[in-house]
Design a protein around this ligand. Structure first.
Ligand code: HEC
Ligand code: HEC
Length: 311
C-alpha cells in the first residue's frame, strides 16, 4: 500500500491523488447489496413483498428496491440524505420503519444501508447472489397442527400492527389495542379480545370473520385469507399458546365487548350467553338483531353478560 501510494504520488498531482485515494477507501469500506439484503430480509420483507406490499414497495430483491414504490424511487444512488428509505429508518419521515418497531434498526445497520446508497447501490456479485437466501412468505401450518404464537405472529405483523401500535397509521392504537407482541395481544386494550380456548367469545376472531363490525383489518379488502382465519381460530381454541407452547391463563374478571347477531334468547351467533342477575337489556332487542353485548370473563372462560343492546 505504502509503495503503491509512493508510486502514485510521483505521477499524480496532489489533488487528484487525494480524490482517487478517497474513492478507493470508500469502495473498499462500502457495503454491497449482499451486506444489506440480510438486514432487509429480517426487518422489512415480512411486509414489503408480494402483491400486498405497502405502497407497492417491495424490498425483497435488488431490482425491486431500485424500482421503488407507487410514489417513485426510495433510494437515490450516491445520496442517502435525500433517500426516502433512510428518512423512514431515521424517523425524519413518519411513520418510521420498520412499521413493527420499536425496536427500530441499530445505528450501525442504518449506517451500513446509507453507505451502500452513497457508494452507488453496488449489486451483489454472482457468487454472493448464490449464497443469499431466497425470501419466501412463511407457509401456514396444515390443519391439525399444534400451534403457538410463532405461527400467528407474522399475520398480526403484516396486517394489524400498522394501526395497532403507538404512533401507528391512525396515531394512538384503536381501542387501546396493541398487537406488537404476545403480551400485548393477550392483555388486550380497553378490554380483552382473546379468550383462550373459546374463539366464539374472542372479539379478535369476530372482527377477522366479519361477525363484528367494522371488520378487521380496517383497511381491507383484502381481508385475511380463509387459511389465516383458520390458523388464528385454531390457535385460540388450543389455548392461545405463547412461543414456548405455554397456554394463556383465563383472564378472569376482565371486561369483554362482543358484537354479533342474536340467534336465540340468549345466544350470539349460536354461542350460548349467561346473563348476570343485574343484566340490562335495551327494550327492543329481538332475535335476528345485530347486537353488542358487554360482560366479564368467568373462571370457566364463559362470559357473564351485564348488558345487551341493538347496534
Ligand atoms: C409491519 C409491516 C411493515 C414492515 C415490517 C416494514 N414496513 Fe415499510 N411500510 C409499511 C407500511 C404500512 C407503509 C406505508 C406507510 C405510509 O402510509 O406512509 C410503509 C412504507 C414504507 C416506505 C415509504 C415508501 C414511499 O413511497 O414513501 C419505505 C421507504 C419503507 N416502508 C421502508 C421500510 C423498511 C426499510 C423496512 C425495514 C427496515 C420496512 N419498511 C418495514 C409497512 C411495513
Ligand atoms: C388501518 C388500521 C387498522 C388495521 C390495519 C387493523 N385495525 Fe383493528 N381496529 C382499527 C380501528 C379504527 C378499530 C376501532 C373500530 C371500531 O370499533 O369503531 C379497530 C378495532 C379492532 C378490534 C376491537 C377491539 C375492541 O376492544 O373491541 C380488534 C379486536 C381489532 N381491531 C383487531 C385487528 C386485527 C386482528 C387486525 C389485523 C388482522 C386489525 N385489527 C387491523 C384499525 C385497524
Amino acid at each position: 500500500m505504502n509503495n503503491h501510494r509512493m508510486k502514485l504520488s510521483a505521477l499524480t498531482p496532489p489533488l487528484l491523488l487525494a480524490g482517487s485515494l478517497l474513492l478507493a477507501t470508500q469502495v473498499q469500506a462500502a457495503a454491497g447489496y449482499a451486506d444489506v439484503a440480510p438486514i432487509l430480509n429480517k426487518n422489512c420483507v415480512l411486509c414489503h413483498t408480494g402483491d400486498a406490499a405497502p405502497l407497492g414497495l417491495r424490498l425483497d430483491s435488488y431490482e425491486a428496491i431500485r424500482k421503488g414504490s407507487i410514489n417513485g424511487a426510495v433510494v437515490i444512488a450516491g445520496d442517502s440524505r435525500n433517500s426516502k428509505l433512510i428518512g423512514r429508518l431515521q424517523g425524519t419521515i413518519q411513520p418510521r420503519m420498520p412499521m413493527t418497531g420499536p425496536p427500530f434498526l441499530s445505528d450501525a445497520d442504518t449506517a451500513l444501508i446509507a453507505s451502500w446508497i452513497d457508494a452507488g447501490l453496488q449489486p451483489a456479485t454472482a457468487s454472493e447472489m448464490a449464497t443469499l437466501p431466497v425470501m419466501k412468505k412463511p407457509v401456514l401450518p396444515a390443519p391439525g397442527a399444534t400451534l403457538s404464537y410463532s405461527d400467528v405472529a407474522p399475520i398480526f405483523m403484516q396486517r394489524c400492527v400498522k394501526c395497532h401500535k403507538d404512533n401507528g397509521l391512525l396515531g394512538a392504537p384503536p381501542e387501546g389495542l396493541r398487537l406488537q407482541n404476545y403480551a400485548q395481544l393477550i392483555r388486550g386494550g380497553e378490554r380483552v379480545v382473546v379468550i383462550p380456548g373459546i374463539p366464539a367469545s374472542s372479539e379478535l376472531m369476530r372482527r377477522i370473520t366479519g361477525q363484528s363490525r367494522p371488520a378487521m383489518p380496517f383497511d381491507g379488502p383484502p381481508f385475511l385469507s380463509d387459511d389465516e382465519i383458520r390458523v388464528i381460530g385454531d390457535w385460540i381454541k388450543q389455548g392461545a399458546r405463547d412461543s414456548d407452547g405455554q397456554p394463556a391463563p383465563i383472564p378472569v374478571g376482565a371486561p369483554v365487548r362482543l358484537q354479533g347477531r342474536l340467534t336465540g334468547l340468549w345466544a350470539l351467533d349460536g354461542l350460548p350467553l349467561e346473563l348476570a342477575n343485574d343484566v340490562r337489556i335495551k327494550k327492543r332487542v329481538s332475535v335476528g338483531d345485530m347486537v353488542r353485548i358487554r360482560g366479564q370473563v368467568m373462571p370457566n372462560g364463559r362470559i357473564s353478560v351485564t348488558r345487551i343492546e341493538s347496534r
